[in-house]
Design a protein around this ligand. Structure first.
Ligand SMILES: Cc1ncc(COP(=O)(O)O)c(C=O)c1O
Length: 376
């Protein structure tokens, strides 16, 4: 049996998710895709939004579906009315894909991008944020958990710091939804985005956003698709919702959306102990730390289920490949996917190990034995 320790890439889908998707595709092939969509309209048009809203602890009118977290992020952030007088705060843990859009927006508008500093422990410097926040900071972007290391950024505390100020607050929760308790209400953010395939164990090709009313009121999407808009003349069209679904496109995979719905319900029905992730992570971390020649990339004081490390005498890709051939899945974290942090730590590539609640202590033992063989 394969030991899957690459949930930060994509988690293992539960059997119910696969069954839902298979049944949906079979129905489409036998009865027609539009007809199948109509038959499952209760889930596709309402149920999945209600369940997602419950998982994110957000109003149902705020949630929207996309085909990736990046699509969700770009569809919303690209619609913001940013100008050259705006200051934008990002962190050293910003995801490279999000940075590409910030860079693009800076070259289009002239907005200023500032990077929140870290403390000596690698945590975001919240005192710096408290001291420096001003009216002209228009937007603050924080990844809850970055893609290249396991630090958990204190998004709720940051929300409380920003609450009295007019800035928009954006949280990339791609690596946290499904493994941490994520509540849009408690975070107090205007946008939270994520992917279905990672710790939620949904299918590939699914992403989502919670887009708050304050942000929706000022955003101007460059396009509205026909599930929310109606063309009334050659020069005019109307939009019949102000919900977050305005940011979606109409076409999507019914199988993927229903698979995501099943994954969300599966997540809500979880009965594993809340600290399973912490125990497993600690076991992975200790296993790696005990092996000579390894260096953990482990900044910060709070950690999620992602452990990254480098080995002084073996490339990360070689370690990944050797472990795969022994039935252990890990992945290579590219330094330039967390470009404001990892390269500064001397990391071009690192091995990323990301267990989930489905991994047993025996799995971690097998990982430890295999890793010892590979890097000895
Ligand atoms: C922190 C973070 N944000 C965003 C993304 C992008 O997600 P997607 O590949 O679904 O667009 C990733 C992907 O790994 C990620 O780790």
């Amino acid at each position: 049996m394969t030991v899957h320790l690459n949930t930060a890439g994509a988690g293992l889908m539960p059997a119910e998710v696969v069954d839902t998707m298979r049944a949906h595709l079979a129905e489409e092939a036998a009865e027609g895709a539009y007809e199948t969509e109509l038959r499952h309209a209760d889930v596709l048009e309402q149920g999945v939004y209600r369940t997602l809203a419950e998982v994110l602890d957000a109003p149902v009118a705020d949630v929207a579906l996309f085909d990736s977290a990046t699509r969700a992020w770009n569809s919303v952030v690209g619609a913001l009315p940013l100008t050259g007088t705006d200051r934008l705060w990002i962190t050293p843990y910003e995801y490279a894909g999000n940075l590409i859009l910030w860079t693009e927006l800076r070259s289009r508008t002239g907005l200023r991008i500032e990077v929140v500093p870290l403390t000596s422990s690698g945590d975001l410097d919240l005192d710096w944020m408290r001291r420096n926040i001003r009216e002209d900071v228009c937007l603050v972007s924080v990844p809850h958990v970055p893609s290249g290391c396991g630090i958990v950024n204190p998004v709720e505390e940051i929300g409380r710091i920003l609450a009295p100020w007019p800035c928009l607050y954006l949280v990339d929760a791609c690596q946290s939804v499904g493994q941490l308790d994520v509540s849009v209400r408690r975070i107090g953010c205007d946008l939270l985005t994520g992917a279905g395939r990672k710790f939620l164990r949904g299918p590939r090709g699914t992403g989502f956003a919670a887009i708050g009313a304050r942000l929706r009121a000022i955003a101007a999407p460059s396009f509205h698709d026909l599930h929310v808009a109606e063309v009334t003349s050659a020069h005019r069209y109307g939009i019949h919702t102000d919900s977050a679904r305005r940011f979606e496109y109409a076409e999507r995979s019914g199988a993927a959306v229903r698979g995501l719905h099943t994954a969300l319900r599966h997540h809500l029905a979880r009965t594993d102990a809340p600290d399973t992730g912490q125990h497993t992570r600690a076991a992975v971390r200790d296993t790696i730390d005990s092996l000579p020649g390894t260096r953990l990339i482990d900044p910060g004081t709070r950690h999620a289920s992602i452990v990254t490390f480098v080995c002084e005498h073996l490339h990360a890709a070689r370690i990944r490949d050797e472990l795969t051939s022994r039935g252990i899945n890990v992945w290579v974290a590219q330094g330039n996917h967390t470009p404001l942090y990892l390269p500064g730590q001397g990391v071009e590539q690192a091995v990323r190990v990301s267990p989930h609640y489905y991994n047993s202590p025996k799995d971690i033992e097998s990982f430890g034995q295999a890793l010892q063989e590979v890097i000895r």
